[in-house]
Design a protein around this ligand. Sequence first.
Ligand SMILES: NC(=O)c1ccc[n+]([C@@H]2O[C@H](COP(=O)([O-])OP(=O)(O)OC[C@H]3O[C@@H](n4cnc5c(N)ncnc54)[C@H](OP(=O)(O)O)[C@@H]3O)[C@@H](O)[C@H]2O)c1
Length: 267
Amino acid sequence: MNGEKGKVCVTGASGFLASWLVKRLLLAGYHVIGTVRDPGNERKLAHLWKLEGAKERLQLVRAELLEEGSFDEAIIGCQGVFHTASPVMKPSFDPEASEKAAWEFCNENKIDLVTVLPTFVIGPCLPPDLCSTASDVLGLLKGETKQFQWHGRMGYVHIDDVALCHILVYENEAANGRYLCNSTVMDNNELASFLSLRYPSLSVPKRFEEDGRPYYEFNTSKIKSLGFNFRPIEDMFDDCIESLVEQGHLPPLQRGHQRLRASPIAI
Ligand SMILES: NC(=O)c1ccc[n+]([C@@H]2O[C@H](COP(=O)([O-])OP(=O)(O)OC[C@H]3O[C@@H](n4cnc5c(N)ncnc54)[C@H](OP(=O)(O)O)[C@@H]3O)[C@@H](O)[C@H]2O)c1
């Protein structure tokens, strides 16, 4: 631990991304107020209580986005709020409209807002149930093409980098506006080739149909100018697969296959 820091709130604390952010904030010495919809659900929250520093510096309180004023108690007394709670599964949910509304509200109320915009987040899943993005990845590693066919060309970022970017912009007073948070952009066929080569014992699809979508990259120079460096795609999938194996979602990989490119001398 780096020493005691202030009190911050993380909304939707039990989620995929938020759980990792809570972990990083606790390790950095923050006192964290996490909001959850059901603080009595021991199974859903056990992973948070197991985090280092949780017993000393984590509090979980109930808050529901659809109830006016529900977050007041959690937020009062906090120096910062990391807002990640989101009804992501609802088809009507529009992240761009939510962000626009947040900017308008914060500008009108003189609240210092910074947004972090991650691409597809890859990495170990701390919650007991896989969130939708983690189950899409698991599906791909088991040979399903449906979700990634639809995703086409996409940016990927390590979950730990997403958490660290949030903390970096929070702690940096000069940080402002929007920060794209992305390591690598790949077409789904590039991703399939990469995964098949690196993890040959998994049944990753060999090819996707060409979707004709345009080539693009993300400009992440803004976050990099704060001194941030993103982890490569190899680390994202190594860590993600290791945790899926540990959790029993995937069979153990055959020895020597994982980290093939990272350790060529050991082949
Ligand atoms: N995963 C990605 O690849 C990715 C990429 C870019 C952006 N994002 C964004 O990051 C955020 C978190 O994503 P995630 O993947 O971590 O999703 P997640 O695991 O589904 O977490 C969402 C959290 O929101 C909470 N929540 C849902 N409905 C709520 C409501 N009505 N009131 C209060 N809390 C509610 C849930 O809390 P309960 O525990 O109470 O159910 C859950 O913990 C979302 O805004 C998502 O759009 C994610």
